[in-house]
Design a protein around this ligand. Structure first.
Ligand code: ATP
Ligand code: HSE
Length: 318
């Protein structure tokens, strides 16, 4: 469990009054999650999720919360932040930024079938389109600049073979990010971490995307690649499962058709998406933060996926 900042009902008795939610009735720490402290909160008005942000600042957070607000207002299924009585989406709790968002129904689908992948693909395309007129700008903070900064910090811990792969892939991705095809890719706000544990389903019905705290402005294709690399693979080998890949890409394409530049960039983008999570998992593994009972994710999973994407071409976008 990772509740970094404990909160009791007593702590929030007064605090909750700044929201139009009535009295707080129950609060319960949520066991999963490695970035923030999350709680299920029941008030007189309903069920919500309270998040205390452990790493993001008051300056950084409006980008994420206003994005969720923007998307929710346009019918994309995401948690809607609850504004305070003075219209703020953020409040301070135990000296840290905190927000209350609506609670999504359902649970994560950790063994997705093509029907789930299709629902995710269609909603992802809707999200990209709905984000087009989002006025705030923030780069993907886990993009190429962060990879450049992080690579030398993790290289000393790697075997020769893995270090060679990391160096070679960084060269490849630097060239890719500078090429003409890359420049033609559509960009906008992206989720950037749309793994199975960040989507809720009620049976086959998608009820929402959540955990937007890695979102930023990046290519839409990067978002698609991150999502395919988690939803549409054999988890033991990293090999893509064609029926799930097709279901996700076809459903996306039906809402927001992929472009020729995106088709050309697809194979390197799948590698970029694998590299991003290999690097962040290496970083978390070798530079662990202090946290209660925190288990870092396994970096070798994404090393395996990266090797597989280099070795085997993925099905095309369309
Ligand atoms: N809006 C929501 N509705 C319902 N459940 C939610 C919501 N937000 C978070 N949760 C629950 O809280 C858990 C942890 O949330 P979240 O994934 O955002 O945490 P995190 O610390 O950012 O973790 P990580 O980055 O590892 O995914 C989720 O697995 C989910 O069960
Ligand atoms: N989805 C990330 C964790 C951060 O949300 C990972 O699996 O490495």
């Amino acid at each position: 469990m990772a509740v970094f900042t404990p909160v009791t009902l007593d702590d929030i008795g007064q605090w909750i009054q700044q929201f139009p939610l009535g009295k707080a009735l129950t609060i319960k720490g949520i066991a999963s999650g490695i970035e923030n402290s999350n709680f299920f909160l029941t008030t007189e008005r309903g069920e919500y999720v309270l998040t205390i942000f452990e790493n993001l600042s008051f300056e950084q957070l409006p980008f994420y919360l206003r994005l969720m607000d923007h998307l929710a207002a346009r019918g994309v299924l995401v948690p809607a932040p609850v504004a305070t009585n003075t219209g703020e989406l953020l409040a301070s709790l135990h000296g840290k930024p905190a927000a209350i968002v609506s609670k999504l129904e359902g649970r994560s689908q950790m063994d997705p079938q093509p029907v789930h992948c299709a629902a995710v693909g269609a909603m992802l395309a809707r999200m990209h389109l709905a984000g087009q007129d989002y006025p705030l700008q923030q780069p993907n903070l886990r993009g190429l600049a962060w990879w450049n900064e992080t690579t030398p910090q993790v290289l000393p811990y790697l075997s020769d073979e893995s270090a060679h792969l990391l160096r070679a892939e960084m060269h490849f991705q630097q060239a890719f990010a500078g090429c003409e095809t890359y420049r033609q890719l559509q960009q906008g706000p992206v989720h950037a971490d749309l793994f199975r544990n960040n989507v809720m389903f009620d049976g086959e019905r998608l009820t929402g995307f959540f955990d937007f705290y890695f979102a930023g402005c990046d290519t839409w294709l990067f978002d698609v690649a991150v999502t395919v690399n988690d939803w549409c693979i054999n988890l033991d080998t990293g090999v893509l499962d064609t029926p799930r890949v097709r279901a996700m890409l076809d459903a996306y394409h039906a809402v927001r058709p992929f472009t020729a530049a995106e088709q050309e960039a697809w194979q390197p983008m799948l590698r970029a998406a694998a590299l991003r999570f290999w690097l962040s998992r290496l970083y978390d593994f070798y530079q662990p933060r202090e946290a209660e009972m925190l288990t870092p994710h396994d970096p070798t999973h994404f090393e395996r996926i990266l090797r597989e994407r280099i070795a085997t071409p993925a099905p095309g976008l369309y």
